[in-house]
Write a protein that binds this ligand. Structure first.
Ligand code: FPP
Length: 230
């Protein structure tokens, strides 16, 4: 089934290349994360304007714990500040914020801010911004299995039943997964949910991704034929 001029409902983004963006300029990697953060807002505002309903951002993976504590602390402080400072703006713009990932090992202050921003925005229906932070797809699937074991369910599950145990249970599957930074892999991001997503890769680093690139994504999406295996 080919679709012309259709706008994907849900776009998921692997915002890769912040570190390389900074290194290329002789800057500390933290400057790349800062620039990467600053690049989120214009793209989210534009996505909402053109009719996209949900953006999921991969901001910190379960594997990112292997980075230096200096870099981890910087990303945590930045994310904590972002949640605190942007929640009111997002709420005013009818954006619902959802955290995907485990709160295990996250700083208390950050957990508190995540919960408050989710609670404050829970009734917003216009747009959803899902932030995958301390998220890994295998971890999510394993947690779902363990929840099922704990609940002592003994009957066979459908795919829908199984998905209801996922952290993404209130989101539709992404229509498109974008990865910036030149690598062409999913890196443990939404593995189940992206089974039929269109994968679109950019060589440019995330801080260089522009709203114009979102237009290119929409064009490419409309050129793809999605038949879901039929
Ligand atoms: C990937 O680039 C980027 C990250 C691991 C961190 C991204 C986090 C932010 C922009 C903070 C935003 C916070 C919120 C709450 C949305 P990389 O470091 O892997 O780059 P490299 O591949 O060049 O090393």
């Amino acid at each position: 089934m080919s679709k012309k001029n259709s706008i994907p409902k849900h776009i998921a983004i692997i915002m890769d290349g912040n570190g390389r963006w900074a290194s290329k300029r002789g800057l500390d990697r933290s400057k790349g994360h800062l620039k990467g953060y600053e690049n989120i807002k214009p793209n989210v505002i534009y996505a909402k304007k053109i009719g996209i309903k949900c953006i999921t951002l991969f901001a910190f993976s379960t594997e990112n714990w292997n980075r230096s504590s200096k870099e981890i602390n910087f990303i945590f402080d930045l994310a904590s500040k972002v949640i605190y400072e942007e929640s009111k703006f997002l709420n005013k713009n009818k954006v619902r914020i959802i955290h995907l990932g485990s709160i295990d090992n996250l700083p208390e202050k950050m957990i508190d801010r995540i919960k408050k921003s989710e609670e404050m925005t829970k009734d917003n229906k216009d747009f959803t911004l899902a932030v995958a932070f301390n998220y890994g797809s295998r971890d999510e699937i394993l947690r779902a299995v363990n929840k099922i074991i704990d609940s002592r369910i003994r009957s066979q599950l459908s795919e829908e039943d199984f998905e209801s145990f996922f952290m993404t249970n209130m989101l539709s599957n992404p229509d498109v997964v974008i990865r910036t930074g030149g690598e062409k892999r999913l890196s443990n991001f939404l593995l189940w949910q992206s089974a039929y997503s269109e994968l679109i890769f950019f060589d440019k680093f995330w801080p260089d991704f522009e709203t114009h690139d979102l237009d290119l994504v929409i064009d490419e999406y409309n050129n793809r034929i999605r038949n879901f295996g039929s």
